[in-house]
Design a binder for this molecule. Structure first.
Ligand code: ATP
Ligand code: MG
Length: 565
């Protein structure tokens, strides 16, 4: 697999070309797509690619897109997932209108069609066990062998299938198989299983059924029932397409959908598999499905990623037919672009260091005007309180600075953003030698951040008035997996988890306006990155997540690449 680094345009992908041609040449008057999640986990960013494609194509070509739950495996599916999936699709900005469907709504029809196949001699009940069926299936180089039950009389299959439905047999005792071709070079056509016995209550049909259709039997027929014109799925289903077509051709379905395959999204430093994500949740590696480190849509939302950033990312990566791995930096780039335009700038101090301005009058309070977003003049400005005692970032001061350090140091003058120039006069330490306070003076002539004599400090710092600062917990996030391709080279996937993926800082301080930022909004802490309130936040205990730092390494590498080329 190649690593995809540069962006490819959304328009003109092969799916959109097919759809445009079908409309132009009159094969369809309206196009109908669907997004078909199995409710066995939360949606992840890979699903977002599929959602943007299916809903996006429908929107662009004046068609419609259905949301259909592929709920055919009751042992793994839950109502919680059904609800979360709907919330996530809506949050991403898409709407299925009244077209919400469940494969389980079609169980009666699917069962009828299974009987049609049996009557036509195109399906049979097989008494072999799952292991035996696998043994008989053959390999890529060897043909399969017929089951001894393959040629049983069709009346017998009809009767056994009825008894399967009636609940007479245990799980796995029998299955219904299509009767196609055990010698087919395509293993999917070697009499695939259509129905299996599963004695388990279903989130929607309850105890009505104890036999359930397989994905292969349910999917295409559900598409046909709904009048789907373009059934878009990922590449691993390419080899299933002949079976998809065989079932459509051999059943009295009301329409003829066609399946098209595109490359699934793979991202560096994470894993896009509900099975693995479920383990991360169940085994306590993360705070839950919506942990800000998770590649789930709910995790990205909790992390502070705006839906627009995710949609932009989907447009950047495009839709292709060969597998590739996309750099996480590209998703972060898309999100930064949106946040840079939209996020209000605020002051937050992660590791506070006290600063006393000795010549600033004791008890004086003034409000300085601070611009909310230099990228967006319409965002206006706000008033920020300034007093004699402030907090600054500990990292912004060095007692003995190296040549490349331009921020505050003894005897040096810097600018406090939108306020005044200050000069460090004295460093106060505690008994352990730890710096606890800086004694500074300010130049009253520099109010607003400019000196009448034109002198310009090399650094501008953020700050918070000590009497007004609001305490907060801040959670810093990094990649969930340390290496770009976790779980490869024979390493256990879970051994590649990044031990520093979450760092919790307590004793951080933020400006007063940040107490009022609602969950779902992301701001920029000036000079530090983008942050958003976590749902764990309460009025008494603010919690912020770091969405992203400000540094866009990906964009930089792209620019360098263009220069080198
Ligand atoms: P997972 O492997 O994570 O369990 P899945 O394919 O089993 O995913 P489904 O609920 O069956 O999950 O997927 C719903 C739709 O989303 C399918 O059409 C599937 O092809 C698509 N999809 C799933 N993962 C990706 C991905 N990484 N990139 C693009 N589309 C995806
Ligand atoms: Mg699946």
């Amino acid at each position: 697999m190649s690593v995809q680094t540069s962006a490819s345009p959304e328009r003109g992908d092969f799916i959109r070309e097919i759809v445009a041609a079908d409309l132009r040449e009159g094969r369809h008057a309206t196009i109908v797509t669907r997004f078909p999640p199995e409710p066995n986990g939360y949606l992840h960013i890979g699903h977002a690619k599929s959602i943007c494609l299916n809903f996006g194509v429908a929107r662009e070509f004046g068609g419609r897109c259905h949301l259909r739950f592929d709920d055919t495996n009751p042992t793994k599916e839950e109502q919680e997932y059904i609800d979360a999936i709907q919330a996530d699709v809506r949050w991403l900005g898409f709407d299925w209108g009244e077209h919400l469907y469940f494969a389980s709504d079609y169980f009666e029809q699917l069962h009828e069609w299974a009987v049609v196949l049996i009557r036509a001699g195109k399906a049979y009940v097989d008494d072999l066990s799952a292991d035996e069926i696998r043994e008989h299936r053959g390999t890529l180089t060897e043909p399969g062998r017929d089951s001894p039950w393959r040629n049983r009389p069709l009346e017998e299959s009809l009767e056994l299938f009825a008894r399967m439905r009636a609940g007479e047999f245990a799980n796995g005792a029998r299955v219904l198989r299509a009767r196609i071709d055990m010698a087919s070079p395509n293993i999917n056509l070697r009499d695939p299983v259509l129905y299996r016995i599963v004695h388990a209550p279903h989130p929607r049909t309850g105890d009505a059924w104890c036999i359930y259709p397989t994905y292969d039997f349910a999917h295409g027929q559900s598409d046909a029932i709904e009048g789907i014109t373009h059934s878009i799925c990922t590449l691993e289903f390419e080899d299933h397409r002949p079976l998809y077509d065989w079932l459509i051709e051999n059943l009295p379905v009301p329409s003829r959908p066609r399946q098209y395959e595109f490359a699934r999204l793979n991202l560096t430093h994470t894993v896009l598999s509900k099975r693995v994500l479920l383990r991360l949740v169940n085994e306590g590696y993360v705070r839950g499905w919506d942990d800000p480190r998770m590649p789930t849509i709910s995790g990205l939302r909790r992390r502070g990623y705006p839906a627009e950033g995710i949609r932009d990312f989907a447009a950047m990566i495009g839709v292709a037919k060969s597998d590739s791995v996309v750099e996480m930096g590209m998703l972060e780039h898309a999100v930064r672009n949106v946040l840079n335009r939209r996020a209000p700038r605020r002051f937050g101090v992660l590791r506070p260091l006290r600063m006393v301005i000795e010549n600033y009058p004791e008890g004086q309070l003034e409000e300085v005007d601070v611009i909310n977003n230099p990228e967006d003049p319409s965002a206006g400005s706000r008033r920020v309180p300034l007093t004699r005692e402030l907090w600054i970032e500990r990292d912004d001061f060095m007692e003995d600075p190296p040549a490349q350090f331009f921020r505050l140091a003894p005897g040096r003058e810097v600018r406090l953003r939108s306020a005044y120039f200050v000069t460090c006069r004295e460093v106060v330490k505690d008994a352990a030698g730890e710096i606890v306070e800086l004694r500074c003076t300010y130049d009253p002539a520099t109010r607003g951040g400019d000196a009448p004599d034109g002198r310009r400090p090399k650094a501008t710092l953020h700050w918070i008035s000590a009497g007004h600062a609001v305490p907060a917990e801040v959670r810093l996030y990094d990649y969930l997996f340390a290496r770009a391709d976790p779980g490869t080279d024979g390493v256990d996937l879970f051994a590649d988890l990044n031990p520093d993926s979450e760092k919790v800082l307590i004793g951080c301080l933020v400006e007063p306006t940040l107490a009022a930022v609602p969950v779902g909004e992301t701001v920029q802490f000036e000079r530090l990155g983008y942050f958003c309130p976590d749902p764990d936040s309460t009025p008494d205990h603010l919690v912020f997540n770091r969405t992203l730092t400000l540094k866009d390494t990906w964009a930089k590498l792209q620019a360098q690449g263009r220069q080198d080329a």
